[in-house]
Design a protein around this ligand. Structure first.
Ligand SMILES: CC(C)(COP(=O)(O)OP(=O)(O)OC[C@H]1O[C@@H](n2cnc3c(N)ncnc32)[C@H](O)[C@@H]1OP(=O)(O)O)[C@@H](O)C(=O)NCCC(=O)NCCS
Length: 173
């Protein structure tokens, strides 16, 4: 690995989310405001084909890919020498991509979407939906998700780390 790339990788891993977004913008990713990008995420070899709106969370080990690596085989068979196939990935506003999800080339994810842990997103996901699985399918609307969960949640997002821990240990059985 070239020293420049090595330094980039170290910075990407250990800097804060805001700085990570800045590093990705330098690589050509279009990123909106207030996004949370986890250090183990990966934006592939053509980050300039990725577009992300505002308030998007890309959690741990999410991988976004913008080319079809399978063409390796067709190139080696000399059926399509030097061939490549690319597709942009577009993610709307207010989206949570769960841990370990894969987003495949050419996919557009709408606004207000939850992608479940471990999903492989091969097709477009409409706005206001929750999608899970391999390949990812819509299982419910955001309204369904809200109605199902509104009586099960706790309100800890405004607490300090210590307060949150104490609250959780006391209330979550
Ligand atoms: C997708 C998600 C939001 C669904 O939430 P929910 O609707 O409250 O989930 P439920 O537990 O009611 O599951 C609904 C159905 O989807 C299935 N399901 C839920 N999450 C799934 C997933 N990630 N992959 C495959 N199936 C999943 C459940 O098994 C259930 O199936 P069933 O109807 O056949 O029983 C949630 O499971 C999830 O993955 N959240 C993201 C977690 C995360 O990223 N954490 C890191 C935070 S930084």
């Amino acid at each position: 690995m070239k020293i420049k790339n090595f330094i980039y990788e170290i910075m990407y891993r250990y800097c804060g989310s805001k700085k990570r977004a800045t590093l990705l913008r330098k690589k050509g990713v279009k990123i909106g405001n207030n996004c949370e990008i986890y250090p183990s995420s990966n934006f592939g070899s053509e980050p300039y084909l990725v577009e992300i709106g505002d308030n998007v969370r890309i959690s741990s080990n999410v991988k976004i890919t913008t080319h079809d690596g399978g063409l390796w085989v067709l190139r080696n068979l000399e059926l399509l020498p030097n061939a490549d196939k690319f597709g942009k990935v577009k993610i709307g506003n207010n989206v949570h991509i769960g841990m370990d999800a894969f987003i495949m080339p050419g996919v557009t994810i709408g606004d207000n979407v939850v992608i479940g842990v471990g999903a492989v997103v091969t097709k477009d996901i409409p706005s206001n939906s929750v999608a899970v699985g391999v390949p990812a399918k819509v299982i419910e609307t955001i309204d369904d998700y809200y109605n199902k969960n509104k009586d099960k949640v706790v309100f800890t997002k405004n607490l300090s780390g210590r307060e949150k821990k104490n609250y959780i240990l006391k209330h979550i059985k």
